[in-house]
Design a protein around this ligand. Sequence first.
Ligand SMILES: *Cc1c(COP(=O)(O)O)cnc(C)c1O
Length: 363
Amino acid sequence: MASSSVAKTKAVINLTACQHNLSVAKQAAPGSKCIAIIKANAYGHGMVEVANALYDADAFGVARIEEVIQLRDAGISKPILLLEGFTSKEELELVRLHNIDCVLQNKHQLQLLDDSPGDAITVYIKIDTGMHRLGFNPEELNDVSQWCEQSSSINKPVRYMTHFANADDKHDDKTLKQLDTFYKSIDGLSADENSIANSAAILGWPQSHSDWNRPGIMLYGVSPFVNSTADEHNLKPVMTLSSYLIAVKQVKKGESIGYGGTYVCEQDKTIGVVAIGYGDGYPRHAKTGTPVLVNNKRCDLLGRVSMDMICVDLDDQTNAQVGDPVVLWGEGLPVETIAEYAGTIGYELLCGVTNRVEFEYLD
Ligand SMILES: *Cc1c(COP(=O)(O)O)cnc(C)c1O
């Protein structure tokens, strides 16, 4: 039977594990400062709670200006880097008002700065070294750099950054090519402070470490690499998503389970029904056979994931009861494993937990 605590579908967030993971990022690159990336509600973990726990971070990074304002309103006074920069005059005003560091990644932003003179802001000029998403092309860099050096709207020194496309694959030399392009691009400029490495680069590409590293996924205890586990990097899972059994029943051989009848019982079976579904952020594409922990024992997901429920195979523990605890991912069951069964990545699963799930913080 479940313990006396009320059965709930909840995400327990272990902030001590998060602090530990930041220390792993710092130890892997002792000469670098850390911009802890807490975009998308800290990868689904709760942005303000995580920011408060990561007092050892040198700065924070988020994607949207609303996220910065939420952090400032919560009393976070550290530097915060806006990874996409501003796109309008109104946003530029907010950048100045809230003292936000900005990625400068297109000429439209230079125009806005020209059109609205005001207090100087701290910028990271982003160079597109091969990701081909945000950033200036290497050929444009001299002009942009000169513009920034001369502009009274920009704090000195101007900083430079880039972002890797393939750093999660340690055998892909695109990362080294991007690094080479980055250093060639800033050659001859007064580039005193640079920012290059994400989690995969912090752990796998030490040659990319620079003044400011940008760890994201590793802070949440997830391996950034395609073929390695968090354990191997001494990372500890931060989120444990759990629920409980709401029914235990027998299903006869030949009968099917769930919508579409995609799973047909090959023998008489004991199944459990768990109070979690895609309405909570459990991935609908998780296949039959996806591991689930019931009473800390591994069993298989059976049939399709519904909005509010999943079914699991209890043939190995026919004495399981309504109320018994179930873990969907986290401690004892890496989110990377579930992601693999669902054809996605841990990042997406963590970001996707919905607000129907109750969040509980441990520190
Ligand atoms: C999200 C992001 C990061 C963090 O990446 P991880 O793979 O989660 O470590 C770093 N830099 C930029 C620009 C990002 O958008």
